[in-house]
Design a protein around this ligand. Structure first.
Ligand code: CDP
Ligand code: MG
Length: 167
């Protein structure tokens, strides 16, 4: 069964220059990259991304973390991988949420850490299931950012919209 999955290389992954290593690990899956972009994460996007964790004591910290407030790297690399069992394959490579519990050879086991304030800095986000993947991909990407039509889309005509173009 072909699936799409949202991957984020989190600010700690970028700060530690792990982008190449992580993408190399992910290439083991033989999945296809169908979208990729660098995103400066507004607070609203961070809160929406982690809305299922709103009641957790660490919510405020992970919102700051994904925004790059803890790493002086105010960006993430967002990618969509697509193919057979994409979610399971990527979650297995990523390893457990807690980097101390993640298998040593997994991405999080290799590169993650727990901060003194208790946040799991685990260098990568991977959608947890198909419905979360759909919700997250629609949150992070516009249809035109993705080279395949993952979900139903439509064209709208906007006459009065303001956008920046090359001068
Ligand atoms: O990212 P994953 O789906 O594995 O875990 P999650 O339960 O959706 O949590 C989202 C993120 O919150 C994790 O990746 C961790 O960075 C962070 N977290 C944490 O710092 N402490 C926890 N006890 C649980 C999650
Ligand atoms: Mg999750």
């Amino acid at each position: 069964m072909n699936q799409a999955v949202l991957i984020l290389i989190k600010p700690d992954g970028l700060k530690k220059s792990l982008t190449g290593n992580i993408l190399t690990r992910l290439s083991e899956t033989k999945l296809e990259i169908v979208a990729a972009k660098i995103v400066r994460v507004p607070r609203k996007l961070a809160e929406e991304h982690y809305k299922h964790l709103k009641d957790k004591p660490f919510f405020e910290e992970i919102v700051k973390y994904i925004q790059g407030e803890l790493h002086d790297r105010k960006k993430v690399l967002a990618l969509v991988y697509w193919g057979e069992n994409a979610i399971k394959k990527c979650r297995e490579l990523a390893g457990a949420t807690n980097p101390e519990e993640a298998e040593a050879t997994s991405i999080r086991g290799s590169y993650g850490r727990i901060t003194t304030s208790g946040v799991y800095e685990n260098v990568i986000h991977v959608s947890s299931d198909e419905s979360e993947a759909k919700r997250e991909i629609k949150l992070w990407f516009e249809p035109q950012d993705i080279i395949v039509e993952l979900y139903p889309q439509k064209e709208v005509v906007c006459k009065e919209c303001k956008r920046t173009v090359w001068a």
